[in-house]
Design a binder for this molecule. Structure first.
Ligand code: 2AM
Ligand code: CA
Length: 259
């Protein structure tokens, strides 16, 4: 499997660099923007084109692969047998549209439920975070070290905006117990902050493609990735996800209440 994964890394990084060029070129054109579940949930022609580009390449590499892509999955794709690819062409589409920054492109590969590879590409910063349990985690070509196991009081906490505004799970108390709260509007960007040790944790309601890559990278670096109530994540359903240092996870568990 070692050599195969090496080949996979080269292939996926190549696609993601090509996707970056497509995404940056789109800033010179008018974007087509549609709403999905509500006025805050957007999709653009670029999300659709990049997902198609990834899917085409995944199928060329691995015709039998199962792809769970944000913009094109069907119920039949929702299983973890054999190789499963999670694809989020643009995570933080609102930021992509409004700010032209603070968004990522994400791919994850699982085999029979076990995470093999996660790739999170900060397109504007040109930083690709990638890796898996057998090789560790890299930012471009630099191996990352595990972040310090900080307590909640000593770290910043990322919280999805609706959770904080409506105090779901008593998260306002969690915010107050931390060093401060950060909200960036992209799960990928916020998970990068946790794996880099810039934040002690991140909690939000996430869909499988929002957390699939981050889960592999964060767990490889010794972080906790669970439901907010401490139970294991189901990779196929949307969940209240907490990515955090082990100490911050314990601190948060003491403060949260059922919503
Ligand atoms: P997206 O841009 O890929 O849709 C914004 O707070 C974060 O939540 C982004 O990572 C965004 O991903 C994600 N998001 C947007 N709409 C969502 C929804 N209905 N459920 C869960 N996550 C959502
Ligand atoms: Ca998306």
């Amino acid at each position: 499997m070692g050599k195969e994964l090496e080949y996979l890394d080269i292939a996926v990084k190549g696609w993601m660099h090509e996707a970056r060029a497509k995404i940056l070129a789109a800033f010179d054109e008018d974007l087509d923007v549609w709403t999905k579940s509500g006025r805050n949930d957007l999709v653009t022609n670029v999300d659709k084109e990049v997902e198609k580009f990834y899917s085409k390449n995944i199928h060329l590499l691995s015709p039998e692969a199962n792809i769970i892509g944000e913009e094109s999955f069907t119920q039949a794709d929702l299983n973890m047998d054999g190789l499963t690819w999670f694809v989020d062409p643009i995570d933080g589409t609102m930021n992509f549209v409004k700010q032209h920054s603070h968004f990522v492109s994400m791919i994850a590969v699982y085999e029979n439920g076990k995470g093999l590879r996660g790739y999170i590409y900060d397109v504007i910063e040109d930083k690709l975070y990638w890796g898996g349990p057998d090789i560790g985690v890299f930012c471009n070509n630099n191996k990352m070290r595990a972040p310090d196991n900080v307590f909640l009081k000593d770290g910043l906490i990322g919280i999805g905006a609706p959770y904080l505004i409506h105090n779901f799970f008593n998260l306002q108390a969690v915010a107050l117990a931390s060093s401060g709260t950060r909200i960036y509007g992209s799960a990928g960007i916020q998970i990068i902050h946790v794996i880099e040790g810039k934040c002690a944790g991140y909690v939000s309601y996430l869909r499988p493609w929002d957390f699939a890559a981050g889960k592999i990278l964060a767990e490889t670096l010794g972080l906790s990735v669970k439901m907010i109530d401490g139970t294991p994540l189901n990779m196929l359903i949307s969940s209240d996800v907490l990515v955090a240092t082990k100490n911050a996870q314990k601190d948060i568990a003491k403060l949260i209440k059922k919503s």
